[in-house]
Design a protein around this ligand. Structure first.
Ligand SMILES: [Fe+2]
Length: 191
């Protein structure tokens, strides 16, 4: 079983930036519950898991991806806050960091080892993609509706739908990590 302490260690730098202690705790609890429900037994399994099955992840693991997206979204928010004389919308950094850490938590239910060194989509993942299963986990933990929006709408499910600003920033940070890998595969990333 993957413990609260192990999740706290994996995301120590990002969790430390969440000011609301209850939100920090709930974020960790959702990860622990996702690991339990998905059958993930050890941190080593999490750091061996590719962050996507849609394109070769080229060694980028699920934890690295989650950290890169969280920090990327935060940097996008701070760039605007620093550059503009006045932000046209309020950005909630606690929600942004918790949302970044949780945006793909549903992948714990969507991906599983295939028994021969690779990974495959689970039955749960076929029934509901990770934005949906993640939103269910987040809602069940009692987190606010705005965080449900972040998780439910960060990928294609959110296209054209109403979104909080944190969803928009996490979406952009997420695709900044995903699109270049797809382009590498297609041969359209100029190097
Ligand atoms: Fe992601």
């Amino acid at each position: 079983m993957i413990t609260k302490q192990e999740i706290e260690k994996l995301f120590a730098a990002q969790l430390a930036k969440i000011k609301d202690a209850r939100l920090r705790e709930q974020t960790v609890e959702v990860w622990v519950e996702g690991c339990r429900r998905g059958g993930w037994q050890s941190v080593e399994q999490l750091t061996a898991m590719p962050f996507t099955l849609l394109t070769p992840a080229r060694g980028v693991n699920f934890i690295e991806h989650t950290i890169a997206v969280t920090e990327g979204a935060l940097a996008l928010a701070r760039a605007q806050a620093d550059a503009y004389r006045a932000l046209p919308y309020a950005i909630d950094e606690d929600r942004l960091i918790a949302g970044g850490l949780l945006h793909d938590v549903g992948k714990l239910l969507e991906i599983e080892p295939d028994g021969s060194g690779g990974y495959r989509k689970t039955r749960s993942g076929r029934c509901a993609r990770h934005p949906i299963s993640g939103a269910i986990l987040v809602g069940a933990a009692g987190l606010p509706d705005e965080l449900v929006n972040v998780v439910a709408c960060h990928a294609k499910e959110g296209d054209g739908r109403p979104q909080v600003i944190e969803t928009v920033l996490i979406h952009q940070a997420d695709f900044a990590t995903f699109d270049p890998l797809v382009m590498l595969e297609k041969g359209t990333l100029i190097q």
